[in-house]
Design a protein around this ligand. Sequence first.
Ligand code: ADP
Length: 647
Amino acid sequence: MNAEVKTETRGFETEAKQLLHLMIHSLYSNKEIFLRELISNASDAVDKLRFEALSSPELLESSTELNVRIDFDTEANTLTIADNGIGMSRDEVISNLGTIAKSGTAHFLESLTGDQKKDSQLIGQFGVGFYSAFIVADEVEVITRRAGSANDEATRWVSKGEADYQIESGEKENSGTTITLHLKGDEKEYAESFRLRNVVKKYADHISIPVYMEKQDLSMPAENDGDAEEGTAEEAAPKEKEYEAVNDAKALWTRPRKEVSDDEYKEFYKLVSHDFQEPLQWSHNKVEGKLEYTSLLYIPTQAPYDLWNREAAKGLKLYVQRVFIMDDAQQFLPLYLRFIKGVVDSNDISLNISREILQEDPVVDSMRSALTKRALDMLNNLRKKDKEKYDGFWNEFGSTLKEGPAEDFPNKEKISRLLQYTTTESASDKQEYNFDDYIERMEDGQEKIYYLVAESLKAGRSSPHLEIFKKKGIEVILMHDRIDEWLMGQLTDYDGKKFQDVSRGELDLGGLEDEKEKEQHEETEKKFEDLTTRIKTYLGEQVKEVRVTHRLTDSPACLAVDDNDMGAQMRKIMEASGQEVPEVKPIFEVNPDHPLLIKLDQEADEERFGDMISILFGQASLAEGGQLEDPADFSAKLNKLLLKLTD
Ligand code: ADP
């Protein structure tokens, strides 16, 4: 032992401690995944070395072959995973293994429910990686040396997975990382040949570097009766261990589709995504011709907790001619498809590509549009073939997809086809119909796709704007997602049919109304001109216009938005993001067939008239999910009327 070696004890970050504790206790039913995580880290480390060696070949030192080696010692109850990859410097060890340096850790911990089953799923999405070793080990020892550094610049890291870890310098002959797990008393199976081999095989099968284990001795164990009768009297020299690869080290995406089983695709997904759940769907394609590349795209089953975090990792794993180049290459898919995980392996990109150059490479641009189409087609096929699965997808990622039409104009129609909504025809609250479903059910003479944007589904369903549509039996799409009004600002038509917000502009039902009805409207408008003018005089600047409604059958009044004015949802988004919101005055529409309006028309007392109008106007704002400008005044006027009633 080098006397100068100083051992330093450092504490984990608080969040890391919490996470460790939680992980150890919630992943107990799926313990073996720690091997997947460690093998995957080892394979990543080798990939990184291979990549750096492209420009600095000396980093390869004397390694003839890059690989992973797994050993166990049944007696000592230890398991060792060694790679000759990139390794880590002391600083890297501290920042990689001493911190759970992921942007959303705190947020993640907040989202835990205390329900073990749910939490273990969340942990799966979080991707605990290296720390999963503590599921089966009560002590983990790491010795690592960065490729290119001297033999005595290695670092040793030891922890019991509790409050702290020890770190000291050490020596290591070859670069790379060796991790030794001191297994817990009841985890002996991972230091036992048969079981270990099976698990290793399962997780090593899809990675592209060889994983070695000691050759299995399949001969019958010799009877151990103390002294060997056969053989020589000399002490047998300790046998050199013989190793064999337990995997065929062929990257899964390079194999023909027909030869890869569903289970293999699923396992590979877990490897690349660090998601513990199975993928919902995948698409594996080899493209030949002008551009040559292979892609394997996956749709996760559940949205990651950080889907809305701008800093969260997104993008595909990029390989060039089977050589790993980078994780999270964002240039291959648009932002609205950021939930897609997978691998892309190109033959046309330069091996020296950097993230900056990726942004300008025309090859990448062409691949991006092809991969985007591929992803959208995969979703469209899923919707056709397995609606239930698609509905699940929609619940998780629908809002993300809604960013699409604005971001990706050329694919607007394709994305629109994937949008799902609840409508007035829905039997439940499920968002299950797309615009094609709607068009199929359109009435004779109907030219437009009608929709309503409301604060919530409940508010939408009871909106006065639906009255005429209910009466005529016309379906209306009920939108209530924050992003919907903004989204509809991007969509003017679909499949040749114009979209119409039912709370906007003058309601024109087109072919859904006959000539007689139209004539009647005009007559009513004329007949009540005096009344609407009188109301407008009273409401003044609060409204843009007062007019007779054609939308209402039961309610006395409602608010409409002028064609080009900003709607309520959009205003809320802008307010929330601290932007200045232009003032928008509503149009006040009254229903002259309503008994209240009939009475009002005959009301001679100006004060009473005014109070009533105030109340009607307030009610109409409330029905839109809006706020009263002067709630106290509203209550006072309402109470005055109520008092009259009880007189
Ligand atoms: P993740 O792999 O998701 O980043 P981990 O907790 O598994 O998270 O690992 C944290 C970091 O530690 C890795 O990103 C990597 O930089 C480093 N690391 C882990 N294992 C190895 C290894 N075998 N060789 C080199 N670096 C490693």
